[in-house]
Ligand binder design. Sequence first.
Ligand code: SD4
Length: 309
Amino acid sequence: RLDGPCVISTWDFGVAANQAAWAVLSKGGRALDAVEAGARVPEQDLKNHSVGRAGYPDRDGHVSLDACIMDELGNCGAVAALEHIAHPISVARKVMEKTPHVMLVGAGALQFALEQGFQYEELLTPDSKAAWEAWKKDAKYQPKANSEVGDYGKTTGQLGTPGGKGNHDTIGMLAIDAKGNIAGACTTSGMAWKMRGRVGDSPIIGAGLYVDNDVGGATSTGVGEEVIRNVGSFLVVELMRQGRSPEAACREAVERILKKKPQAKDIQVGFLAINKRGEVGAWAIQSGFSYALCDGRKQDTLLPGKATY
Ligand code: SD4
């Protein structure tokens, strides 16, 4: 159980992201500002190929990014299939704050971002381009369970080092501020080598992220199609509302996926949740999922998410 202001996030790179969020929380800042600041860390990391700049592209070579953000009042904003903007989480926040809408996609999201002063960039780095060229030789779309560096069992000595060669990993982050308010953010380049136009769970409120300030928050990582089908993060929050602990709620959401589709045991989905009291839990289909915790006592704890397989 975390005490006072705290932040949690998915995977190893959550350690560094949490530190940026903690810089906001420790000064009495708002959970919403903390999760935006935290999510921007992997977004700008050129070694991280699953979020933001340097994210792996779709199968046609376009880097297309998905993100959403939600605050303690139930306000939310999202962008999907956004190209050429390195910080989709900040665009999502602008959608929330400056438009009458919740989600903008594709060309419209880019137009809005440029109007808001975001910089147009080529996001496909030489490394990502080389990986895409290599992938094209076989051109098989086979999501791996965990990214190499994201795999908890393989990270010795690499805590907080982002990157990895797997083809998915998303940062989902949840924070509680000094006022006890909860906010969340989720940002990703989605599944590497996805079809052009494919959108996963990460930018979809209720699937990749959900926050209810009376109850808690949840976020997901892994193969988004399975999360969308089960409205995963909303499900986790509703189960917590009914009295489940965060871990039990995450586990039940994973089991719901597997019950409806037993073949999903071969892919990875992980949920991470926090309740209003600061209790944290996570569960995944497969081992290898990890999450990072940070509060006033400990800044850089990385824990393995329990798994069904
Ligand atoms: C998606 N959930 O686009 C994201 C990808 C991912 O860990 O998490 N990965 O489906």
